[in-house]
Structures are given as structure tokens and as C-alpha cells.
Design a protein around this ligand. Structure first.
Ligand SMILES: [Zn+2]
Ligand SMILES: [Zn+2]
Length: 436
């Protein structure tokens, strides 16, 4: 009998404890697992969205169709939506169930005037007239992926709204490739009402495999500056150079002197690139032309360095022209988009989240600074921000960099990117609350 009672007590205890156990297991189900579950469910739809956007690329500020898709989904997910911000930008505001801070995520929407050669069933067939020539239009920089990842994160966090302490603002940006979209959105008040205390972004990166995230803390992308110079000489017969001022020889000296300038006048720790991309002069072999024109791109980091390099370049060009007895050259020097600065403190703060969601620390890779440009830099100038590299090469697949007509990011990077960034945004807001 004793045994019988013991068994009854044990069974009763088990029955009593079962709901408690279920509740406990639900509680211990981590936020990461919840995110993973939602991401798994929405992935087929995200792939569909990405392929649709990929098939219908749009250029610069003319991203009306893509912006329409973004606005439609964000509304469906229950976000407050603002359209036509910075011409065709879209903002989605997701207010969480708990009070808290504001954090932003930016994704860009525009494509490139490149004829796609991936041979994919959903490859772009769009043709446009660009600079007077017909060309294809392609999402060759992965902005279709960025837009889709933005929608994925918005959907995940909208589903987890109740546990979200604060607000997430999504910036779907046009015209990144021409370097104007981020600036236009910020000028149009994108960073006000609500104003985020930090902004995050991704760029797909063929240099990393799917499943890996790359990070370059500090300066990650460069100032994109340049100049157009016309060197004036004195034209004449090729057989009598002493009666001319040869602008080809002068311009050639300038090209070489600028390379020496980098090697001899710039601190090696201050990354600087000066490249001649265009050199035009003359018509025939026996004519010394009156002018020569050169165009260069100049890449540096930080405001101080770009100003210093500008001064040195102008001094060099003018000095060489003067020493050759040539007239004053025409120099049109311009500052393009500034360098992109990944806030080291913010990056450091989010490291544990990134590593935790990646599963293995070795999947987070230290990226080298690049001399390329990205207009997310305008966000980084206004708010502490971090842009991560989202690995998008399937192991064993051929390597094609962004802007290649063969560029074909592995679609598995989409759910992966959504998962990691949803956790980053959520953890960021939680950390801000804990700090209070
Ligand atoms: Zn690009
Ligand atoms: Zn890009």
C-alpha cells in the first residue's frame, strides 16, 4: 500500500509540476531561439521578395517600385510608414511594447547600370538609356538583399513587439550608388522624430562566406574625392618642341609626381590612394597639342587628411606647370562622399551579441579598411553607427565581387543577416534600458 501511495503522490506531483515545467521551458526559450523560429518561417517569403526586387532593379532616386514594395510590407507588419523622404526614401517606425530608446537600421534600394550575366532564372532583363547608350540594369551591389534584410528584420521585430523596449526606425534609402541618397534622407529630417541614438547597416561582401560577418572598427571606407585638371601649354609642330610648351610632358610629370607625393609626403599610417583614371591629349603624332586633361580619384580617411592631400595636390600641379613656363592650369577639385567611420565603442558593445548569434567566435572576422566609398557615411557622421559586412559567398562557389555582372550573392545570407541584426537591435535597446 505504501508503494501505491508513493506512486500516487509522485504522479500527482508530476501532474502539478508539468504546467510549471512547460512555463519554465517557455521562459528559458531564449530570444535568439524565438528569432530563429520566426526567421525560418518567413524565409521563403523573403526569398520571393528578393527575387522580385532583383528582377525589377531601379536606378538612383527612381526607385518608386521598390519603395512601394517596402512601404506596403512595412504597413502590413504594423509599422508607421513615411514615404518620399529624401525624394523616394521610406521610413518605417516600429514602436515596441515597452518604453525605451530609439535605434535605426538602414538598407539601400538602388541598382547599377550593368547588364546582368548571372544566367539566373530571375536575372534582370531591364534595359535603360544611360549616358546616351543602352545598358542593362542590375542589382550588382546586393542592395536587393539589403532591402529584403530590412523587411525581414522589421517583420521579426514586429512579431516580437511586446518585448521590444523602445523604437526601431528602418531607413530604406535610394541613390546610394550615386552617393546622394543618405544625405537627401537626412536633410529631409530622417534622423529626427524619432531620433535614433545609434544606426546599424549591412553591406553584402563576397570576401566572406555565408554565415560569416566582417567588421572593421573605426574608418572602414574612404573619402571619395577627385579632381579634373586641364593643363594648358602651347601647341606646335612635333619636330620643334622648343617652340612649344608641351602639355603632355607636363601632365605626365604631374601623374608621376602625385605618386611620389603619396610615397614621400604622406605618413604611411594615413592610407592615401591617388589614381589617374583618365588622361586625354592630342590628335596626331606630329602635333604637340595645346592642352592635356587628367582626371583622378583620391581616397583618404577623415576630414583633416582629405584637406591636407588637396593642398599638396594643388601645390604640385601648379608648381610643375610654373616650372615648365606653362599658363595657370584649370583645376576643379571636389570632395565627394566622406569616409565611413564605424564607431569603435558601439561595435565593441555589440560584439557579444554578434558572437552569440553567430554561434562561433571565428565566424566574426576582422575586416581590413577599404578605400571604396559608401554613403552610409552620412549616418555615421550624425550618429554612432556601425556597418557590418554580411558574408554572401557560398563556400566553393566562384568569387565575383560587387559591381560585377556575375555578382550572385548566396541567398542564405538573407535569413542569416536578419537573425543577427534582429538580435543586435533588440539587445541594443535592452542595454540602453539596463543602463538607466
Ligand atoms: Zn555599389
Ligand atoms: Zn552597395
Amino acid at each position: 500500500m505504501k508503494k501505491f501511495y508513493k506512486a500516487v503522490i509522485l504522479i500527482s506531483l508530476l501532474i502539478l509540476l508539468l504546467p510549471l515545467e512547460i512555463a519554465l521551458s517557455q521562459q528559458s526559450k531564449t530570444t535568439d531561439a524565438e528569432i530563429t523560429e520566426i526567421v525560418q518561417k518567413i524565409t521563403p517569403q523573403l526569398i520571393e521578395i528578393r527575387r522580385d526586387i532583383h528582377m525589377h532593379p531601379e536606378l538612383g532616386f527612381e526607385v518608386e517600385r521598390t519603395a512601394g514594395i517596402v512601404a506596403k510590407y512595412l504597413k502590413e507588419f504594423g509599422l508607421e510608414v513615411k514615404t518620399n523622404v529624401g525624394k523616394t526614401g521610406v521610413i518605417g517606425i516600429l514602436k515596441g511594447g515597452k518604453p525605451g530608446d530609439v535605434v535605426g537600421f538602414r538598407g539601400d534600394m538602388d541598382a547599377l547600370p550593368i547588364t546582368e550575366k548571372t544566367g539566373l532564372p530571375y536575372a534582370s532583363k531591364v534595359k535603360i538609356a544611360f549616358d546616351g547608350r543602352e545598358t542593362g540594369l542590375m542589382h550588382a551591389c546586393g542592395h536587393d538583399v539589403h532591402t529584403t534584410v530590412l523587411l525581414g528584420i522589421a517583420q521579426v521585430l514586429a512579431k516580437m513587439r511586446e518585448e521590444l523596449p523602445g523604437t526601431v526606425v528602418f531607413y530604406a534609402q535610394p541613390a546610394e550608388e550615386i552617393g546622394d541618397g543618405a544625405y537627401a534622407m537626412i536633410e529631409d529630417g530622417a534622423l529626427e522624430n524619432p531620433s535614433p541614438s545609434a544606426v546599424f547597416a549591412y553591406h553584402v561582401a563576397s570576401d566572406f562566406n555565408t554565415g560569416q560577418i566582417g567588421l572593421c572598427s573605426g574608418y572602414a571606407l574612404a573619402n571619395v574625392d577627385g579632381f579634373h585638371a586641364v593643363i594648358h601649354g602651347k601647341g606646335g609642330h612635333g619636330s620643334q618642341p622648343h617652340k612649344t610648351i608641351d602639355p603632355i610632358v607636363i601632365a605626365s610629370r604631374i601623374v608621376l609626381a602625385l605618386q611620389t607625393l603619396v610615397a614621400r609626403e604622406i605618413d604611411v599610417a594615413e592610407h592615401t590612394v591617388i589614381s589617374v583614371g583618365s588622361f586625354h591629349a592630342g590628335t596626331a603624332s606630329n602635333i604637340i597639342p595645346p592642352d592635356a586633361a587628367i582626371r583622378e580619384t583620391i581616397r583618404t580617411y577623415g576630414e583633416e587628411q582629405r584637406k591636407l592631400v588637396k593642398e599638396k595636390i594643388i601645390r604640385t600641379i601648379k608648381g610643375i606647370c610654373q616650372s615648365a613656363g606653362a599658363p595657370e592650369p584649370e583645376i576643379e577639385y571636389f570632395f565627394g562622399i566622406p569616409s565611413l567611420y564605424n564607431n569603435p565603442e558601439l561595435a565593441e558593445k555589440m560584439m557579444p551579441t554578434v558572437i552569440r548569434t553567430l554561434g562561433e567566435p571565428k565566424l566574426l572576422l576582422k575586416a581590413k579598411p577599404s578605400m571604396g566609398g559608401e554613403d552610409f557615411c552620412y549616418f555615421t557622421q550624425k550618429k554612432p553607427s556601425v556597418m557590418f559586412w554580411l558574408g554572401c559567398t557560398k563556400e566553393g562557389d566562384p568569387y565575383y565581387p560587387a559591381h560585377s555582372p556575375h555578382f550572385n550573392p548566396d541567398e542564405k545570407c538573407i535569413p542569416h543577416g536578419v537573425k543577427v541584426m534582429s538580435a543586435i537591435l533588440l539587445d541594443y535597446l535592452k542595454m540602453r534600458e539596463e543602463k538607466k
